[in-house]
Structure formats: C-alpha cells, structure tokens
Design a protein around this ligand. Structure first.
Ligand SMILES: Cc1cc2nc3c(=O)[nH]c(=O)nc-3n(C[C@H](O)[C@H](O)[C@H](O)COP(=O)(O)OP(=O)(O)OC[C@H]3O[C@@H](n4cnc5c(N)ncnc54)[C@H](O)[C@@H]3O)c2cc1C
Length: 374
C-alpha cells in the first residue's frame, strides 16, 4: 500500500520555502516541508536579523512586484500579530551623474513611487550621522526599510503549521523522482509522495536538480556589524542607505537592530563556492574595507564588532528563476534570488501557490522564465 500522498511537498524551509508553505497551507493544501537543517539555521541565505525592503530598482518590473510584496508582508504581520517590517526611508548615494541612481529614479517615477533629490546640506540636516561631499547625487525614498528576516522565516513556518502543514527538519532530500505519475522524494531511508513538488533549495538547487543545467553560481558573501553606544543609529533616527562608490562597489547599510547591531556590507563580488564547503570565517581584508568606508562616510559608527558569512545564489542577469521544471510540470522551482530576493519572499510564496493550484500566476514573472537567454 502506498503511504500518504501530499498535495504539495516543499523542499527547503528558508525564506522562499517557508513563505510558499504558508500560502499553500492557508489555501487548504495538504503540505509537507522538508528541510535538511533545523529551522532558522545559519548556513543558507535567509539567516540574520535584517534584510532591506525597497521599491527602488533599475528594472521597473521589480518595483511593480514590490507593491504586492509590501502588502503581503503587512498581511503576514496582521495574521501573526508581530511587527516584521520596519520603515526607515533610505538615502541612495552616488557620485554625481551616476547612471544607477538616475535610472533608479526613472524607474520609481514610472511606477508612481515618490522619491526626492536631496543635496548634501539637506542630508546632513536630516541625518547628521553622514559625511558627504557636495558633488554627490542623493536620492531619498521614504518607503524603504528592513524586514526582521529570521523572524519572517519562523513566522511563515509557524503559521503554515497552524494551517496544517507538516515541517520535517534535519531531513536532507537526496533525489526527486519526477518521471513517474506521483513524484517521489527520497530523503535518507524515507520516501515521500506529492502530487506537486516545490523546490526552494536556495544555494543547493544545482546539487538537487542535477538534471537541469542551471547557470546558477553560489557565492560567499560577508557582512559587518557595528554596535555604537549612541542611540543615533536606531531605526527611528537613521535610515537604510546604499552607495555606488567611485570604484563601482555597491555598499549598503541597515540601522541598528536586534543583537547584531547595524549592518554594513558590499553587495556581490563574492567568490564562487560549493554550499557544503564554504569557509564561514570572515576575511580580515573585507572587514578592513568596510571599516575604512565607514570611517569616511559614517565615522561615529567606529569599527565593526563582528562579521558573518552568507550565501548568494546568482543568475547571470541577477533575475530570479520562478518556473516549472523543464521536463515535469508537477515540479516547480524558485531559485537564483541573486542576493536581493528576501523582500520578495511574501510574494514568491503567493506566486508559487498560484502556480501549484492553477499552473498560472496573475503576476508578470516573464523575466524569471527558466529558458530565457542566460
Ligand atoms: C549577506 C546577504 C544579504 C542579503 N541582503 C538582502 C537584502 O537586504 N534584501 C533582500 O531582499 N535580499 C537580501 N539577500 C538575499 C536574500 O536573503 C535571499 O535571496 C533569500 O534569503 C533566498 O532565500 P531562499 O529560500 O532561496 O534560500 P535559503 O533561505 O537559503 O533556503 C534554502 C533552504 O533549502 C534547504 N535545502 C537545500 N537543499 C535541500 C535538500 N536537499 N533537502 C532539504 N533541504 C534543503 C536549505 O537548508 C535552506 O534552508 C541577502 C542575502 C545575503 C546572503
């Protein structure tokens, strides 16, 4: 006799998998979530306390999608009774005439999202913590903020469970047999059956779906934390910030929150690694680079207190992959979030549920097709 057949098996309980499980279970599906580690672990891409949430993007379809993503996060807050989203506004800094900041502004305008050019005087009047030169472009966007990331993952999982989902931790999936009528998931000595399978395996996507030639690159990323004694860097007094430096580095910072403090990091430029063989000890060079930047731009922060390693799973165009498995419509994949996906988890969960139930989604995800030119 065949054992229980779930409506959906979700593989991976990180940012995307937890949100997918919630949306599926909330809509009445019989859901099993399989996670290789314990929930909230620190070996993937969704750990740590903060992730930026923002409308500003050069590619305007992200700005459009963010309108629903924000609403979904607010719905999650209402459903859980927890504050998960903190609005601080953001300053986006660039050297004068920097094409990135200009195209971000154009994209916001096109989507009807307000933003303002500030000069150095306006910035330092509002936020005296910054030291900037007069020739910088400074874009203010009031809706930016951060998500309490680790709590978002746990909350999605808790609510999914309240809606009947089963979550099995420390269950490593070795293989999915999708070439049969009822796809079968093999994990250690166990087999699980699902009418549909959703793969949200983050940095391990390539390892699990070996049959697909994904152009996914897993990279090692680092972040530094600062713990100044002054209250000047709390979310009520200090914004999220980003900066494109003269050397083309994309740096960002998130106000003081939680146990870790204020985060400053460089987006991207990590080295390619295998997710199971990643050196988790931060590099002294990287810490020195962030401390040097901070001493020039936000000197009152002082030196970093500690740093952390995290993984990006990058596509060549930095756009996500959200699609059906090329050879099996019963297997759906959400991967390649390229270091900017967390803010979309709430929406990706909803999209994956729509794809599971109807094979289609009401959102424009054409840019995320698996067979695009990568
Ligand atoms: C340093 C850093 C800063 C970032 N900053 C931002 C930001 O400010 N804003 C933003 O929007 N995004 C940001 N991101 C990106 C964002 O965090 C990621 O895009 C997002 O967390 C990816 O979620 P995921 O579910 O795809 O991966 P994960 O959260 O890693 O989840 C994948 C899960 O699948 C599990 N798994 C894998 N293989 C198997 C298997 N075979 N069997 C069982 N389980 C398995 C893993 O253990 C893991 O729990 C940042 C990322 C990093 C690393």
């Amino acid at each position: 006799m065949q054992s229980h057949i779930y409506d959906v098996i979700v593989i991976g309980a990180g940012g995307m998998g937890s949100a997918t499980a919630y949306h599926l279970a909330k809509s009445g599906a019989d859901v099993l979530v399989l996670e290789q580690f314990q929930r909230g672990h620190k070996l993937g891409s969704s750990h740590g306390e903060t992730r930026i949430i923002r409308f500003f993007y050069e590619k305007h379809f992200y700005t459009e999608l963010m309108k629903t993503a924000y609403a979904e996060w607010r719905d999650l807050e209402s459903a859980s009774g927890k504050q998960l989203l903190f609005i601080t506004g953001s300053v986006n800094l660039g050297t004068s005439g920097n094409p990135y900041v200009i195209s971000v502004r154009q994209s916001l305008d096109a989507a009807g999202v307000e933003s303002e050019w500030w000069d150095a005087k306006q910035l330092t009047k509002q936020f005296p913590q910054f030291r900037v030169s007069n020739d910088m472009d400074i874009l203010w966007q009031k809706d930016t903020g951060f998500l309490y990331a680790s709590e978002c993952v746990l909350t999605h999982l808790q609510l999914a469970e309240q809606h009947g989902a089963k979550v099995r931790e420390e269950t490593h999936v070795n293989h999915i047999d999708w070439e049969i009528d009822t796809p079968t998931v093999y994990a250690g000595d166990s087999e699980f059956y699902g009418k549909k399978i959703v793969v949200t395996a983050g940095a391990w996507t390539n390892v699990l779906l070996v049959e697909i030639d994904f152009p996914l690159k897993v990279t090692r990323q680092q972040v530094c934390y600062y713990q100044p004694a002054t209250p000047l860097f709390q979310p009520e007094r200090f914004p999220v910030f980003t900066e494109i430096t003269k050397n083309g580095e994309f740096l960002y910072g998130i106000p003081y929150f939680g146990k870790n403090g204020l985060k400053v990091a460089r987006h991207g430029k990590g080295t390619r690694i295998h997710p199971d063989r990643c050196n988790r000890k931060p590099d002294a060079d990287y810490i020195n680079l962030m401390d040097a930047y901070v001493s020039e731009r936000i000197p009152e922060l002082g030196n970093s207190t500690h740093a952390e390693v995290c993984l990006y799973t990058e596509t060549p165009d930095e756009d996500f992959i959200i699609d059906k498995h090329p050879k099996c419509p019963n297997v759906l994949i959400a991967a390649g979030f390229s270091g900017h996906g967390f803010k979309f988890c709430s929406l990706v969960g909803r999209i994956m549920a729509e794809l599971v139930f109807t094979g289609e989604t009401t959102f424009d995800i054409r840019a995320f097709q698996i067979d695009r030119n990568l």
